[in-house]
Design a protein around this ligand. Structure first.
Ligand code: DI6
Ligand code: FE
Length: 405
């Protein structure tokens, strides 16, 4: 349904500025028309042409841009609570994966599930994120590992964008794990990904970006590079799951292909950080996976900061390593576990997340021409957004110019 084109005057917002430290936040007014922001400025100063617009007085509430979850595996069949229990009893994530559990158990469940079931399950997770202020989300494939199931996952992602007012960017992650039918033939599977799956799904308009799991239990540098080359040939932006469990050098490889982001990065070294800086990549930090795997090897936050690499924070919502549907909780964890500042996590779920999504022109900050996506919070201090663990304090979510929660 098209949003009404009539302008709406949103009055008395306190928009938390990027780089917020402390101190008062000035009052602003904002005018939306349809999906977009058409005017933004000092409270009471909107031009005459908007004075007759319908009004929403936000009474000085603190406001952020709509939150962006820039790394999720939202669409997947089943769950892996039993595997979690096994890990608690001493099993380790990589061993479970090598024995055919882990990602492959979600592949079995995702192949078996109908599109409608996948849709209903993903919708619940999406609604949980939206209720906390998420207005844009990245959704990866990667639990199909065959053409039909990867297509089914991406179609579900597109359906979610129809079902709810939310921006969805899809990522093809065919190179997430080696499917059992290709056991011992990883290079052949990469050929299938590059020459069959990627072109077909791209042709169907289902892919906005391409990702690869470059890891000992994933794909080698050489195999990852073939995926990046294929994506580039098809004009698609790339990103990478890199240096999560070991240092392979995937980040520097991704940088050579102008990747939007490298994600996880627990084992990233200074050379990788410098490559990211040079390529203007975003470091997507996933504290939920770090926490849930009980990892102890911290990503090199100080190096990223020192070299001026933008950091984003996302849920990595997935059944194996981060069954998380709260971006606010991830902000808290990024502060407590990774020692990010409040200002860094706020940018990490807004403007830097928009950069990682490849959508900095439409979302992630409040500016004329951008989508009218913002969240009105029930808080006294911006720091509360990273402070509470579980208390809902979202007063209003406006997405594409409409109140949606
Ligand atoms: N790294 C992750 O954390 C997810 N995928 C990846 O490449 C986990 C996937 C899973 O265990 O299901
Ligand atoms: Fe992931």
């Amino acid at each position: 349904m098209l949003a009404s084109p009539a302008p709406i005057l949103w009055q008395n917002l306190r928009i938390i500025p990027s780089g917020w430290q402390a101190g008062p936040v000035p009052l602003s007014d904002l005018v939306s028309e349809g999906r977009r922001i058409v005017w933004l400025g000092e409270a009471g100063q909107a031009p005459d042409q908007y004075q007759a617009a319908s009004r929403h007085d936000l009474e000085g509430a603190l406001v952020t841009p709509g939150l962006i979850d820039c790394h999720t595996h939202l669409v997947h069949g089943g769950q892996r609570a039993d595997e979690f229990a096994l890990r608690l009893a001493g099993a380790n994530y990589e061993d479970i994966a090598r024995q055919g559990g882990g990602i492959l158990s979600s592949v079995r469940a995702t192949r078996a599930a109908s599109e409608d079931v996948l849709f209903e399950q993903a919708l619940r997770r999406l609604d949980a994120l939206r209720a906390e202020g998420v207005t844009a989300i990245e959704i990866k494939s990667g639990y199909g590992l065959d053409l039909a199931t990867e297509r089914k996952m991406l179609q579900v992602a597109r359906r979610l964008a129809q079902a709810r007012p939310v921006t969805v960017r899809t990522t093809f992650l065919g190179a997430h794990a080696l499917p059992p039918e290709y056991a011992g033939r990883a290079d052949d599977y990469i050929t299938q990904v590059c020459d069959v799956m990627l072109p077909a799904l791209q042709e169907e308009g289902l892919i906005d970006a391409v990702d690869v799991f470059c890891e000992g239990i994933g794909f080698s540098l050489t195999q990852s590079e073939r995926v990046l080359q294929a994506a580039t040939r098809h004009g698609l932006p790339v990103k990478m799951h890199a240096e999560q469990l070991s240092l392979l050098g995937g980040t520097a490889l991704a940088a050579r292909y102008g990747a939007l982001s490298a994600d996880h990065l627990e084992w990233l070294d200074e050379d990788g950080v410098l490559a990211m800086r040079q390529a203007g990549m975003v470091a997507v930090l996933l504290p939920g996976a770090y926490y849930f795997l009980r990892d102890t090897h911290l990503p090199p936050i100080d190096l990223l900061r020192r070299h001026g690499v933008s950091m984003a924070v996302a849920t990595d919502c997935n059944p194996g390593t981060s069954p998380a549907t709260s971006l606010l909780l991830m902000m808290n964890m990024a502060c407590t576990l990774f020692k990010l500042t409040v200002a860094e996590v706020l940018d990490g779920v807004t403007r830097h997340a928009a950069d990682a999504l490849g959508a900095p022109e439409v979302t992630g900050r409040l500016a004329v021409g951008h989508l009218a996506d913002f969240v009105v919070w029930d808080i006294d201090s911006p720091a509360e957004l990273a402070y509470w663990m579980g208390l809902p304090r979202c007063r209003l979510v406006v997405c594409h110019g409409q109140v949606v929660a």
